[in-house]
Design a protein around this ligand. Sequence first.
Ligand code: FAQ
Length: 322
Amino acid sequence: MSMTTAPAEDPTKLAEFESRLNAGETIEPKDWMPEKYRKQLIRMMSQHAHSEIVGMLPEGNWITRAPSLRRKMVLLAKVQDEAGHGLYIYCGTETLNVSREELVDQLLTGKAKYSSIFNYPTLTWADIGVIGWFVDGAAIVNQTMLAKTSYGPYARAMIRICKEENFHKRQGYEICSVLSNGTPAQKAMVQDAVNRWWWPSLMMFGPSDAASPNSAELMRWRVKKETNDALRQRFVNLTIPQALAINLTVPDPGLRYDAETENWEFGAIDWSEFQQVIAGNGPCNRERLAARRKAHDDGAWVREAAEAHAARQAAKAQSSAA
Ligand code: FAQ
């Protein structure tokens, strides 16, 4: 989404706003806020909502092929949760005075971004385990920070969403653990999935701090409380011991533990791949947008019926009031 230049703000109001933020207060929909703060939140929250909705597609691909009834029930519940998260965050975004139609239109016309991670294919059942473990795991690290963001409706949405993401992560890790302890073919399948999802999962946290144009402003306004690189490092530190515990490795010859900093140091990320994916040229970008456009078109009759119903109810209320 492109950002227009914000009009100059009233300096007194801006100073009051920033002192509220510095005092740790939460900003609510009816409070005064700089136009740029509102725009940044709309950009970030709508990208987040779109990610939840598009994120249903790679996993939805395996619902009919889940290996058991239990796995199918869990996956169905997870994918439904993601839909709920998307709708929840769209509602939160609407409190910033932007309509749902506008937001959906930005997704379908390619003006708004959604997370790069959902432009990769789910080739085997093990991918479903690895998505839960890595992708939901990364989302939890990011969203635990966002649960303390300065905009009230977003922070509150994150608290509930994080609880559900924890279940998602556990079910994914359990799938990976079972496969890793299974037959040699199952072990090879899950290791292959780990190899394919590792680097894209690190990219989920966004460009490095030096190359992140939005971070400084978002940090100043306490929308983000930690930087992209700090969160990425936390995710790596949490995930490597989990991989070791189930005898899996990540595809990084540069990985090493630094006892002094207590960090798992990792190798260089291929940022050209990330740039390609966010520019619309990832392995599944076109497929994902085509699927969302089709779903939107197929749902036209529902929107029309809801509008007709609302109009009839309004007419009825008017005639009974007359
Ligand atoms: N993908 O200046 P920054 C989930 C864009 S939810 C695509 O660093 P910022 C749940 C960025 O928009 C996953 N684009 O940006 C689930 C900006 O472009 P713009 C989604 C990316 O905002 C699990 C440009 O690059 N979570 O997974 C990405 O400060 C399983 C420069 O970047 C959220 O959206 C990316 N990975 O930091 C669902 C959380 N990274 O807009 C289903 C909320 C960066 O200026 C199944 N968002 N870009 O044209 C955030 O925390 C932040 O927006 C970041 C990016 C960290 C994503």
